[in-house]
Design a protein around this ligand. Sequence first.
Ligand code: SAM
Length: 434
Amino acid sequence: MFPAEFINALRESIGPSRAERVLAALASEPEVSVRTNPFKLTPAQLRRHFGPLAGEAVPWAAGEGFYLTDRPSFTLDPLFHAGAYYVQEASSMYVGALFEQALSLLGRRGGLRVLDLCAAPGGKTTQLLSHLDDTSLLVANEVVPARATVLAENVARWGCANAVVTSSDPSAFTPLRGLFDIAVVDAPCSGEGMFRKDERAVAEWSLDTVRLCAARQRRILADVWPSLAPGAFLIYSTCTFNRLENEDNVAWIQSELGAECLQLRHFYPGEDRGEGFFAALLRKAGGVANPAASAPASASAVQAALTLVARRDLLKQFPAAFLRDLERLEKSLKVIASGTAVALRKGRDLIPEADYALAVRREGVDGLSYACVDLSREDALRFLSREALPLPDAPRGYLLLTFEGLGLGFVKNLGNRTNSLLPAGRRIRKSYSL
Ligand code: SAM
């Protein structure tokens, strides 16, 4: 099933008995796990939603992730479209634990600039957002344009306004000297941890690919390194098992770029419930711990952190403290989304934007409050498929449609019919029976 070269290399990298355990596990079914959006639901609420499918908590992400005993149709779950949870491979949720460690060593949770350099489709990005609030900024970058579009959609679904999505080569970050306090490089890799889920990963694997990936990872790391502040943290991760792309690269970061490795952890299928992952926490040389630790931001400070900005005819919510950073980012990078799109001005009309329905914070925008209609699952799926959804008993005008209280999107209610404001590209394409 697996190339002999892979089996030999695995034995050499991790030892023969561990390699046998991994190979045996790779022949079994993959795990399914989800991570709660803490701004929308509690894990207990999400567990109730999944009912008998909800399994054990992911041990290293106990406050947010849990396993499912079977794979439901996420596409046909309105809560998935409302951004109530993300379907994320369990071992990679360890990034959240390392991020918390970096925050506690920094001694502050607010006023941070965080980078997720290789971010699509958005697993780590949405997890990082869960651990931040609107007093910090997250830049999520994905170099491949089509993947960056998916990333922007997943960020919009998470509902946080404190994110900028970019689509640039890592070399474009080099001039942003000292900007970031924490960077995550979840690097493109040879994907040995994808073997159980994706046959292509097996077909594309070779020793040459491993060497090419390791060299590319070093190039990416060298490009982004100047944009980290002295004393900043780097979380470097891959979903592969070999030493070349993992320990050897961590050693290279320490010796060539100048960093201290604070923690390093492997996850192997057969030992940990997940597909396998490697993650290391490093600290760039040259900085001092911030002794003036600011307390976590209060709810009112977070509320006040967002401001409404106009970009041509588009109104957006964005954290006020980072408007100058946004200008700086726009000069160096291809910014494809920033903040939460709230409404589009058309003549005297303000048309609500689809992303505003998904926003965590919709209160406090003058003149932009909408009557809400909470839909049944059937009607929610009709809306998400852009099928006709007459709401004759609801008020006329723009309506915010919700499912179990969480925003899904907008329609304009004309009485005998509604016009959907759900972008065609976001509609469910799968056929379903109710
Ligand atoms: N962090 C993502 C998540 O949690 O959902 C997964 C990222 S995946 C392991 C690596 C990403 O790096 C891919 O989206 C890939 O398109 C991107 N990538 C490929 N080549 C790259 C390059 N030369 N520089 C930066 N990123 C690259």
